[in-house]
Design a protein around this ligand. Sequence first.
Ligand code: FMN
Length: 195
Amino acid sequence: MKTPRIVVMAGSRRANALSRPVARACAQALEAAGAEVDPIELADYPAPLYDGDLEAAHGLPECIVRLQHKLHASDGLLLVNPEYNGSITPLMKNTLDWCSRPNPADPARSGGAVYAGRAAAVVGSSPGALGGMRALFHVRDILGYLGMQVIPQQVAVAKAGEAVGEDGYLRDPAQQAMLDKLAAALVDTARRLRA
Ligand SMILES: Cc1cc2nc3c(=O)[nH]c(=O)nc-3n(C[C@H](O)[C@H](O)[C@H](O)COP(=O)(O)O)c2cc1C
């Protein structure tokens, strides 16, 4: 099979997001595991808050159509999740929700078709001690609902501001090893599902 293409996306778009270096570490691990990575910066996809009236009047935002095409062209998805009150960030949920909407002009590359049957993995990122662990259960549920095969491996990166070294790897070798295993499992699952 061709090299699996994995989209990596973090649930924050602020300039100094702690989840950004964590997402880069994930991308690095996936490349080492044999994936082609498509890193998504959600600041480049500035969708409004989902509103059915907005959708009825204007259809899908252009940035969401672009993102749907990227997801559709991928074999898997790795989400890096900052934790807001024990759950997913509104930015990530809003993005997943918009992308789940059908585009009547392009039904094959929109709606459920951009998720279903693809592999997914979840990573947490937090300045706190639990690494956003609680959000991951919710994110798993959502991705499962969308028809994705979420692998059991997960990594919760605590004290995210200090967790990533200058070389882009996680400073804690044990946690980097967990990330490498997650990356290998995601690449393997993506390969099997899309063979
Ligand atoms: C509304 C809100 C709720 C938060 N809730 C949590 C939480 O439940 N657990 C946690 O570890 N951090 C929580 N935080 C702190 C975030 O983890 C922290 O702001 C983090 O830096 C956000 O991710 P980012 O740096 O990638 O933007 C919360 C922050 C905000 C703004």
